[in-house]
Design a binder for this molecule. Structure first.
Ligand code: TYD
Length: 141
């Protein structure tokens, strides 16, 4: 599989219709990887922070399917904050980026599509370990 090292906002195709819009995410197309897993966060309290980890291998595509929230990415040297607030836009998060999600609006739903089944050994959960092992040169913004 091709390697993607830059976080990217991807526009999801929208089929606009007065009866209601339709958007579709296809593997190896809308998202540049095969889809293995979908998980979602909901009923998130307004002051809650989620994430707080990086991944060794997992590519993730994150969408505010309803409402809005912010994603802070960190490559071990610099941080960027992204606001997700459209069901037809998502943030591609390659491995090697520490991520934190906050500022959830009431009723927001955060959907994450990934290219691997859940595997706890793919997580880096200690920030000090992440900074010590991160490589900002190969994970630029
Ligand atoms: P975690 O990935 O830390 O949540 P977030 O980054 O969204 O704040 O996962 C929280 C818990 O859920 C943790 O105990 C692992 C479990 N989990 C699964 O069992 N399968 C999954 O696919 C995911 C994403 C998490």
């Amino acid at each position: 599989m091709e390697k993607f090292s830059k976080p990217t906002i991807i526009t999801i195709p929208k089929i606009a219709d007065p009866r209601g819009n339709l958007s579709v995410i296809q593997q190896n197309d809308t998202v540049p990887f095969p889809i293995a897993r979908v998980f979602y966060l909901y009923d998130v309290p307004a002051d809650s922070s989620r994430g707080g980890h990086a991944h060794h291998r997992d590519n993730q595509f994150m969408i505010a399917m309803a409402g809005s929230f912010d994603v802070v990415l960190d490559n071990g040297r610099e941080k960027r904050r992204y606001t997700l607030n459209r069901p037809y836009q998502g943030l591609l998060i390659p491995p090697g980026f520490w991520r934190t999600m906050d500022n959830f609006s009431a009723g927001s739903v955060c959907v994450v599509i990934t290219d691997n089944p859940y595997d706890e050994s793919d997580y880096i959960r200690e920030y000090e370990e992440f900074v010590a092992t991160s490589d900002p040169e190969t994970h630029p913004f």
